[in-house]
Design a protein around this ligand. Sequence first.
Ligand SMILES: Nc1ncnc2c1ncn2[C@@H]1O[C@H](COP(=O)(O)OP(=O)(O)OP(=O)(O)O)[C@@H](O)[C@H]1O
Ligand SMILES: [Mg+2]
Length: 472
Amino acid sequence: MTPVPHDGKLSGCEVLLVDDEQTIVLALRDSLKDAGATVVTASSGDQALNVLAAKHYDVVISDVRMPGLSGMDLLRKLKQAAEYTEVILMTAYANIEHAVAAMKIGAYDYVTKPFPNEKMVRVVENAWTTARLRTEVRDLRCGRAYDADLGFLVGKSDAWVKVLDRVRMVAPTDSTVLVIGASGTGKELVARALHVTSNRRDGPFIKVHCASLPPTLMEAELFGHTKGAFTGAGQEMKGRFELANRGTLLLDEVDEIPLEVQVKLLRVIQERVVERVGSGQSIPIDVRLVASSKGSLEALVAAGKFRQDLMYRLTVVQLPLPSLAERKDDVPLLIDHFLSKVGEQSGRHCPGFARPALDLLLAYDYPGNVRELEHIVESACALSDGKTAIGPELLPDGVRERGKSREIFKVGFAARPLSDVVEDFERSYLSHALREFKGSRQDLARVLGISRKSLWEKLKRHKLAGSESEEP
Ligand SMILES: Nc1ncnc2c1ncn2[C@@H]1O[C@H](COP(=O)(O)OP(=O)(O)OP(=O)(O)O)[C@@H](O)[C@H]1O
Ligand SMILES: [Mg+2]
């Protein structure tokens, strides 16, 4: 058999290879050694247990059918005694029930014989990565500092630091997390942060948007389908759960998921197996779930739109995100972050904001949260000449108006009847409006949200210019 080229990917990895068939053992041992692993062999399950009692191995590869202790028994014992060893089973008698059972007990993979040795080397490489990450997480839980880089989650405000702490705390666990936040608060970014700082970071991060599809397609999207399972199912397809195997699956806007699909989702979460639409075959999955929703799921449960049992499964850990208005301190940092992001993406220098524009940006409330701020920065940069600092004229009307209305409402207390103050305010506001507004009276009335007649009456009452001449 041709040896696998030595790329040293397994250097440092200790493998125990268990099989009563010597030909397989020898060929595989050589391939693994070529890849840099240290390999010890055993010809039976019982012998393997003795070897394992003396020393820790990162990965154990074992045949299933052997005289004496079977590969499954060895797996069971190993998972009790050496939780951090990854076990790969191999068999010439592939059987789906066995495969499911093995995965449930904790096997890393189940490989059917015969296989090219290169394939097994790759499986061992992945298993070893998982083994190392799991040990890292164990160390972390034991208190060893873990300096996960969450730098891409910009913000230093108290409210945001609480979010970061929570992310650091729950990421290494496999708990299901529900990220709750209004539109644009960073739900998807936080879900990604949970993935990249977890022990699954080398696995896939897959997202499924629960609001965009009708129930039948949603099911096929999540669980996959067989060829011809429904009209349009031209070929067999893996679902998002399968694609996310050994990684993280984000159920985005889970509050929108149709009730019909909720029942099936619940079963998958409970049993950790999926069945592709049109197939009765159970496929084991190893997925960490993160869900996102605009609000808490309790209200939906009360309204009969969400299953309570599913809510309990999804809300093992809740991670509420603050609105940007609740973390105004972060606006300057976010502006800088988006300025450099735009600069990098467009390859064009963006001069930044002049003080008056910055003041308006700091005063604004951002109903669309971080996403809105990002768009404001992007569009201002796109409109700027690339040289002069950006002024208020390049900000959206809403931001400028909000700034103006803030100035207008700057009033003190003068111990006067409210009706007088309101009258004074109306007169001063209308006189400003007359001076500033460049359109017709009819347009001004529309902007103020009153009829033309009512505007005319007010102007007359306040003795403001133009009232006599423009009687409606
Ligand atoms: N703390 C943050 N630091 C840097 N960028 C952020 C932060 N929060 C959000 N963003 C950016 O803001 C945008 C919106 O974030 P994201 O898509 O994660 O929000 P969301 O809550 O999922 O929004 P929606 O409800 O609209 O789907 C993204 O471009 C994201 O990169
Ligand atoms: Mg989103």
